[in-house]
Design a binder for this molecule. Structure first.
Ligand SMILES: O=C(O)CCC(=O)C(=O)O
Length: 281
């Protein structure tokens, strides 16, 4: 039987910059939802950016069609350098101020953009339980994923989170998204194997249905997962991943998306052009 889930705590984005409860929710649960954070105008620009990214501008692109699925599963990262609409969203939209407020950091540095499209009936495009942090060559705690819904997302395709799991201090071994039963190529032996979350009675799960423009802000250390898309329409999200003022580079093997050859262990990552500081401007 599917595990019961409580609702992610949600706040109206229009008044969040004066609402410390949203910060408390993020700090205690590892995730918070800001309703209607990203306007239809900004979403229209993101959609234009998606067209550019998928027609050649994104070089860090992966498109998978699993046998038996009629829809494809597409992910793209680090397209902002070529896609002007993504760059403007990162630097000029309200997203950076909202993210910095929730993160409570003196600085906000872009780590990478991440586009994720689960087309209609991409049933197998499930995202296994993982912590984003397991994949990153980063030390520190102020790392967040700011995930904007571009489509209506009912509970059945929504992200789910293990409430408060970012607080343990444990970074678990990275899961292999392509084949969760096989080891991930950059998995670190120093990280313990992932726990059995669905079977653990102590794991309280959170999820929420989303409307286009709703924004989830979650810690890179909170355990989360998402189902494949059995709907007969697209289920897309565009996330911006930021780092704050306690984060430094850790020169360990990781995807090129997350690395820069000029950085050494202990460096702030904003000293290179790939990871620009966006706040203060
Ligand atoms: O939206 C999804 O399906 C998964 C997203 C996710 O896990 C992530 O961005 O880290």
């Amino acid at each position: 039987m599917a595990k019961e889930m409580d609702k992610v705590q949600s706040f109206d984005a229009a008044s969040v910059l004066s609402n410390a409860e949203a910060i408390d929710a993020f700090n205690s649960d590892g995730v918070v939802c800001l309703r209607q954070a990203i306007s239809p105008d900004w979403r229209a620009r993101i959609e234009e950016g998606i067209v550019a990214a998928l027609s050649g501008a994104s070089t860090d692109l992966d498109v998978v069609k699993a046998s038996g699925d009629s829809g494809k599963f597409t992910v793209s990262s680090q397209a902002w350098q070529k896609v002007d609409q993504f760059r403007r969203y990162i630097f000029e939209s309200p997203l950076a101020d909202l993210s910095q407020y929730i993160l409570q950091s003196k600085t906000l540095t872009l780590f990478y953009d991440f586009l994720l499209i689960k087309e209609a009936n991409s049933n197998s495009a499930a995202t296994p339980w993982h912590q984003d942090h397991s994949y990153y060559p980063l030390s520190g705690t102020k790392v967040i994923n700011c995930w904007t819904a571009l489509d209506p997302i009912p509970l059945e395709t929504a992200l789910r989170f293990w409430k408060g799991s970012h607080l343990s201090g444990i970074v678990y071994r990275a899961a292999n998204f392509e084949n969760p039963s096989k080891p991930y190529k950059y998995a670190r032996d120093s990280h313990p194997p992932l726990p059995e979350i669905e079977a653990d009675p102590n794991a309280k799960l959170l999820a929420t249905a989303m409307a286009p423009g709703d924004l989830l802000i979650f810690s890179s250390r909170v355990l989360h997962a998402a189902p494949g898309n059995r709907l007969d329409r697209r289920r897309a999200g565009f996330s911006i991943n930021w780092v704050g003022d306690d984060v430094t580079y850790d020169d360990v093997p990781a995807l090129e998306t997350y690395r820069d050859p000029s950085l050494r262990t202990g460096d702030r990552i904003d000293i290179c052009a790939k990871f620009p500081m966006v706040r203060p401007t």
